[in-house]
Ligand binder design. Structure first.
Ligand code: 5AD
Ligand code: SF4
Length: 441
């Protein structure tokens, strides 16, 4: 029998990357092998993101490009998945002809039967219904050969309704997985050679709150900390309003918890934070980050910031800049506000002109680059524990890995080191990575 090939293009967050891994597992059971080469594929899936307008445009231009392959090969199956598919549903078919499959974030587990329906009936299938079950999260994605790091979804959806954000509409209400299922999955991953897990959720800090069982995020972390073979635990994303003192304390007490937190601040202006419905003030955010640094002085703190939210004046923007000066993040993902249909912010007055948003973003990014460079330079001379991930992309003599703080380190080394944690003395801090030399442990 001829081999069947699957090509997946993924846009957006780590959650989407993980969803794509699960799609690949389900189709592997149907004999599909993954390929980077879209021209040799029998099935192409585009896993989309809808968080900002740019992500939507990118997904549609990729779909247009890949549909050209279908013109040449009518047997090719093309699927449009993820948040944007969830949002548009059957409207995808009217925007782009001949897409075979449109499915949302709650329907991944049904991919095999949807594929069968497409193959048998040769007509488009659309599945974007919400389900209250957690089927899609429970699919076990065996790690690729040699992988040492894996994502584990611990919850789905979000109940926070930040005024700018479409996620609660597209991923549905927040629901946590059972702790036993999560622990079981991580034990299995450890058995496959995984050394590092990243726990995923839109707001992991509120894990288990709705279950009424008293299994909160801290108790989950403590259980995972006990799993043999797992050396490092990471999680993302944290919401500042739900970051408890107990969780902050874990950065001092849990040996395997990595010294990094991604804690999106979005704005440094209390007026804007209120309009965003974020549920904390700039002072509370400052207090929590100060507490994190008291518990774990070397912790790396990264963040997300939006500029040009409706009503953001130059003064509000300056307050964000002032906050960044005070905190000095290790790095920041920064975005121009992008209006999303159906969100509360869409109805707010005080739209900021595009040119002004662009200018604010440029200034903010220049400032952050200075801070990131300063942080990385300050690590020169220090010894960092690096979990080696594989050969470096730029040089065949080099290995690459990450520090506990999640900084990339390149150093001269041999492939035998992959999967091991080795001490590396940092010789140079660049903007996006560090360079160092392995020292004997
Ligand atoms: N416009 C700009 N940025 C947004 N984000 C979410 N929604 C929007 C939007 N409508 C950003 C936030 C969030 C990150 C994942 O994307 O900063 O933390
Ligand atoms: Fe969106 Fe806010 Fe939920 Fe994050 S917490 S996914 S920004 S609504």
């Amino acid at each position: 029998m001829r081999k069947k090939y699957l090509h997946i293009t993924t846009f957006g967050c780590q959650m989407n990357v993980h969803d794509s891994e699960q799609m690949a597992v389900l189709l592997a059971e149907q004999g599909y092998e993954q390929t980077e080469d879209s021209t040799k594929a029998d099935c192409i899936l585009i896993n989309t993101c809808s968080i900002r307008e740019k992500a939507e445009q990118k997904a549609f231009s990729e779909l247009g490009r890949l549909m050209k392959l279908k013109e040449k090969n009518p047997d090719l199956i093309v699927g449009f998945a993820g948040c944007l598919a969830q949002h548009l549903g059957a409207r995808v078919h009217s925007r782009v002809k001949n897409v075979d499959l449109v499915f949302g974030t709650h329907n991944i587990h049904r991919l095999p039967e949807m594929m069968e329906a497409v193959q048998k009936e040769r007509k488009p299938v659309t599945e974007v219904g919400f389900s209250s079950s957690l089927h899609s999260l429970g699919i076990f994605a065996p790690p690729r050969d040699g992988a040492i790091s894996a994502f584990v979804s611990i919850m789905q959806g979000c109940d926070n309704y930040c005024a700018y954000c479409v996620v609660p509409y597209l991923r549905g209400p927040e629901k946590s997985r059972e702790p036993e299922d999560i622990v079981g999955e991580i034990e299995k991953l450890a058995g496959c050679g995984i050394r590092e897990v990243t726990l995923l959720g839109q707001n992991v800090n509120s894990y288990g709150k709705k279950s009424g069982r008293g299994d909160d995020f801290v108790s989950l972390l403590k259980k995972i900390n006990e799993i043999e073979g797992i050396e490092r635990i990471r999680f993302t994303t944290s919401h500042p309003k739900d970051l408890s003192n107990e969780l902050i304390g874990c950065f001092g007490s849990l040996r395997k918890l990595c010294r990094h937190i991604h804690l999106p601040v979005q704005s440094g202006s209390n007026r804007i934070l209120k309009r965003m419905n974020r549920g904390y003030t700039a002072e509370e955010y400052l207090e929590k980050t100060a507490r994190l640094r008291r518990v774990c002085p070397e912790i790396s703190i990264t963040s997300d910031v939006i500029v040009g939210f409706p009503g953001e004046t130059r003064k509000d923007y300056q307050e964000t800049i002032d906050m960044m000066e005070k905190i000095r993040f290790d790095s920041v993902f920064s975005f121009k506000y992008s209006e999303r249909k159906g969100t509360a912010a869409g109805a707010l007055s005080g739209k900021v002109p595009e040119a002004e948003k662009r200018q604010r973003l440029k200034e903010l990014q220049a400032l952050q680059d200075r801070h990131t460079q300063e942080k990385n330079t300050s690590l020169e001379g220090s010894v960092q524990e690096v979990l080696v991930e594989g050969p470096s992309r730029n040089s065949r003599q080099d290995m690459t890995g990450r520090t506990s703080c999640r900084k990339i380190v390149n150093f001269e080394g041999r492939p035998e080191l992959i999967g091991r944690t080795v001490p590396v003395r940092i010789s140079r801090g660049y903007l996006h990575s560090l360079r160092g030399k392995q020292i004997s442990s």
